[in-house]
Design a binder for this molecule. Structure first.
Ligand code: SF4
Ligand code: SF4
Length: 438
């Protein structure tokens, strides 16, 4: 009977670990459906990207105040979870504050530092909730976030507030019971915890048995909440907390303005314009030009979709979104992830996902794709090295090269380029005629 809490705790830990593992396996499976793309070169530059973009959050600092708040949440949440190690060991071994005898006086210093961070996280979460739902800045009230995505952000912020609150209540109840010489808490004298001691006046109104109950319930809810949070996180936009790191490592190192050409198509164009430069062997024709579904995109595009934070900085900078066009680069990433999720669910059930639906048309429309000016502002703005433009270009390539689906004006221009080697309707022989009118 005395082992019951430990058995319960280990069961909870195993269930949460298994659920997290299966979720990650499913995501990896979907990402692997993407086309090959070799992004393993120049490891030095790649690690620098991880340090600067993911760990250092360099791009966030374009807006220093928001970046500072974001850093508090990020650092606070990660560092406080170091304390999770003690909680997990306490839960599994049936001990209480296991690290106290090893750390001595440093234990109180450490927990006090965690409490300051916990308070910081709590305050910033309230600020972010206010900014998102009361001040309602443009990119958070845009229709991209209608429905679930809007609730998702609130759930995570509220969950963080609750988790930090439980952490502080757990410590406050513990130190108060120590002050009251209540056994067995007197066996683990931690010293004062300054932030959580502000809660003592609230708890002092209760009798010791109730305070023990508050301490135990806070402890259990805190750990259960973290395990639940970890599993929820892997199903929400907050997956970026983890995926921002591999996404920064595998970021494309070429200039953001560089578009990927198809060498064989480029060679044909060269023959027409500068035959002397058109060299090299032609390779076998690809099975498909461009992308219609997630399996035609590269694995990096799919990793991008899972790493998107839905922050909307791309859409706030996009000239198409800002002039009221249907295109929003954030929605392109969200739609790609939704399709990935649908395919992942079908694979989980052992079903084929070739059910007639595709990313193009069922999730992203031609109108959205055509509104893009290819200005690259979305790529430049993204704090986690995502390129919505790359997906847009690949789908456009599919529409033009596989389906000949282009507006009439474009078709005329393509015909002119093909026949006259210029976008205009004049033949090459007439090209210099304008000089005769001078
Ligand atoms: S590249 Fe296209 S999607 Fe990106 S900001 Fe420019 S117009 Fe918008
Ligand atoms: S693509 Fe980048 S900038 Fe756009 S919403 Fe996602 S994370 Fe934010």
């Amino acid at each position: 009977m005395t082992y019951l809490p430990q058995i319960l705790f280990c069961t909870l830990l195993l269930l949460a670990g298994y659920s997290f593992y299966t979720r990650f396996r499913s995501i990896t499976k979907v990402i692997r459906l993407g086309r090959d793309e070799h992004l393993n070169d120049q490891s030095g530059k790649r690690w620098k990207n991880v340090m600067m973009l993911a760990l250092g959050q360099k791009k966030m600092f374009k807006y220093p105040l928001v970046a500072f708040f974001h850093l508090i949440i990020y650092v606070g949440f990660i560092i406080i979870n170091v304390e999770l190690l003690e909680i997990v060991l306490d839960g599994a071994l049936g001990t209480h504050r296991l690290f106290l005898p090893f750390l001595g006086e440093w234990y109180a210093v450490l927990i006090n530092a965690f409490e300051v961070l916990a308070l910081g996280v709590l305050v910033v979460c309230i600020i972010f909730l206010t900014r998102r739902y009361v001040l309602a800045i443009w990119r958070f009230r845009h229709s991209d976030l209608n429905g679930w995505p809007s609730k998702d952000a609130a759930i995570i912020l509220v969950a963080e507030i609750v988790l930090m609150g439980l952490f502080l209540f757990m410590n406050a109840a513990d130190t108060l019971l120590q002050e009251w010489n209540y056994s067995p808490y007197t066996e683990h004298l931690t010293g004062n915890f300054f932030v959580s001691s502000w809660l003592h006046p609230l708890l002092q109104k209760c009798d010791p048995v109730t305070v023990v109950l508050i301490e135990r319930v806070s402890w259990w809810l805190h750990i259960a909440g973290i395990l639940l949070f970890l599993n929820y996180l892997s199903r929400s936009k907050h997956l970026h907390i983890i995926l921002a790191f591999p996404n920064a490592y595998f970021a494309r190192l070429t200039s953001v303005g560089k578009m990927s050409n198809m060498p064989d198509v480029q060679r044909e164009v060269m023959y027409a314009f500068q035959p002397e430069l058109a060299t090299g062997e032609s390779s076998p024709a690809p099975l498909k030009f461009g992308a219609a579904d997630i399996t035609d995109l590269s694995w990096k595009n799919l990793l991008d979709a899972y790493s998107c934070t839905e922050c909307g900085r791309c859409s706030a900078a996009c000239p198409a979104t800002q002039t009221g066009k249907k295109l929003s680069p954030r929605r392109i990433m969200m739609a790609t992830r939704d399709r990935c999720e649908e395919v992942g669910a079908l694979l989980q059930e052992g079903k084929k996902f070739d059910e007639g639906k595709t990313l193009l048309h069922d999730y992203i429309t031609e109108e959205e794709l055509r509104a893009c000016t290819t200005c690259n502002a979305c790529v430049e703005e993204c704090p986690v090295s995502i390129s919505p433009l790359d997906i847009i270009l690949q789908m456009r390539r599919y529409l033009i090269m596989e389906k000949s689906a282009a507006p009439q004006e474009w078709t005329m221009m393509f015909g002119n380029v093909e026949n006259n080697f210029a976008p205009w309707k004049f033949s090459p022989e007439q090209r210099a005629d304008w000089t005769k009118t001078i």
